[in-house]
Design a binder for this molecule. Structure first.
Ligand code: ADP
Length: 447
């Protein structure tokens, strides 16, 4: 500031000298005063012009390129320019941080919607847009209540108790393809709210499956237990002769055997679910596996009736399978035993192994049993699904056999296919991928 006053003074001094020299005819004082006044005006004009330049730049100018102004106003311009540059950098930094933050929320598997105090959408991520069928850009500033019209959500919003979530059907949900969303509002700031959504369809389905499973297991165990209890009571209360006692004990043993089979199959299933995938470097001889199943099948057939079944085995080529011998035996034996159990005695059961043209291996069991109506086929591998409960129980079935077979096939990267025509028998086939099948012959030749 002092420099500025000093400059004005210098200007006036210069004006006085010029005035004195320009008007030599005037009195000494007049020339001086005219020079000082003139110089002051000139100084003022220059100063105003510089100030005006600065003001114009501040109002409309490009903050990136400030005007070149010398002196006092130049210093102010410089200071303002630096302040503006710092502000821009700060803005850029916070914008970058905001973008990073929004990208993180975008990446969230949960839907996130920011609502203002009136319940209007301020921002939402792509997951929320998919959950609710929003358009992430177009629907900004729309009232959430107008877009999410489910009555459960409306009641939840109106009640104002946001200590829990609300579960509602998602858009496009149908009875054949249900979509369930869990929506939770979290109030923050002044009346604002963060709305989080989660697709809980799989969770709810798993929960329903778990409930069904527990109910089924309880039911399956309760039936033999009730029968056993009844026999125990009878034996306690009634005077029975030796042959009657023997008959009752044999029936009790059947029920105990039924429970044992159930527990065995349940343990097999839980082992399959909890263990790592079968190895790809443990090779099992197919002939050995099938011979074991055949022997067990013949025993079962003889147990069912003396006449037995016409059980045939057709193996093409000597092959090996990579996988778990216990699991593969369990799956193959299940199919052979089912064919024998459901085919009337005297019927034909053919067990086949062949390597297909694409290198995949196929193990199949064909029977001349009653066959299966097409509506049952898609559900046969569900746990405890049976077409004829009493027939299944009579033959010692648990309703878990095909679920185990499917699981084993999938764990070996294979699949289970079922072909059946009512009245003409069925064919159950396990297909294993080429990388788990190799020919024993070629291996020996190579060695
Ligand atoms: P289960 O222990 O009852 O045999 P599974 O899971 O092995 O249970 O089979 C499910 C149902 O599929 C059986 O209850 C039966 O109705 C039907 N099924 C299985 N194999 C055959 C077959 N070879 N022929 C006819 N029906 C079959």
């Amino acid at each position: 500031m002092l420099r500025r006053v000093f400059r004005l003074f210098l200007f006036q001094l210069l004006g006085a000298v010029v005035g004195y020299m320009l008007w030599p005819s005037a009195t000494y004082m007049q020339g001086l005063i005219a020079g000082i006044v003139g110089a002051s005006w000139v100084w003022l004009m220059i100063d105003l012009r510089r100030g005006h330049k600065l003001r114009r730049w501040l109002r409309t100018g490009d903050t990136g390129s400030p005007p070149r102004i010398p002196g006092y106003w130049g210093e102010i311009t410089d200071r303002v320019r630096r302040l503006l540059r710092d502000r821009d950098r700060l803005l850029r930094d916070s914008d970058a941080r905001l973008q990073e933050f929004l990208s993180a929320i975008q990446a969230s598997p949960n839907g996130v919607v920011l609502l203002d105090a009136e319940g209007r959408i301020e921002w939402c991520n792509q997951t929320a847009a998919e959950h609710f069928g929003f358009d992430a850009r177009r629907d900004v500033l729309q009232l959430i209540g107008n877009l999410v019209r489910d009555p459960a959500f409306a009641a939840y919003q109106a009640a104002g108790d946001f200590t829990h979530d609300v579960v509602m059907p998602g858009p496009g949900s149908s009875s054949s393809r249900p979509v369930r969303l869990s929506v939770h509002l979290h109030p923050y700031g002044e009346g604002r709210a963060l709305m989080m959504s989660r697709d809980v369809t799989a969770l709810e389905q798993a929960d329903a499956m778990r409930r069904d499973f527990v109910a089924n297991v309880s039911h399956e165990i309760r039936t033999p237990l009730t029968v056993l209890g009844g026999f125990v009571e009878t034996m306690q209360n009634l005077p029975l002769d030796a042959s009657e006692r023997q008959r009752y004990l044999s029936l009790m043993s059947q029920q105990a055997e039924r429970m044992q089979s159930l527990v065995r199959d349940l343990l097999t299933l839980s082992r399959l679910e909890g263990s790592p995938p079968p190895r790809t470097d443990e090779w099992i001889d197919v002939r050995g596996l099938i011979a074991q199943c055949e022997e067990e099948g013949r025993e079962l057939s003889m147990l069912m009736s003396e006449m037995g079944h016409n059980l045939q085995v057709e193996i093409t080529g000597d092959s090996e399978i990579a996988g778990s011998p216990v699991e593969l035996h369990s799956a193959m034996a299940n199919l052979v035993n089912n064919a024998i159990r459901y085919t009337p005695t005297g019927g034909k059961v053919v067990v086949r192994w062949r390597v297909l043209e694409d290198g995949n291996g196929e193990f199949s069991v064909t029977d001349t049993g009653p066959g299966i109506a097409p509506e049952h086929l898609p559900r046969l591998t569900e746990r405890f699904y049976r077409i004829d409960r009493s027939r299944s129980r009579e033959t010692g079935g648990t309703g878990l056999g095909l679920a185990i077979v499917k699981h084993v096939a999938q764990r070996h990267a294979g699949s289970l296919t079922i072909d059946s025509t009512p009245g003409h028998g069925s064919c159950f086939a396990i297909t294993l991928p080429a990388n788990r099948v190799r020919a024993v012959q070629s291996l020996k030749a190579a060695a």
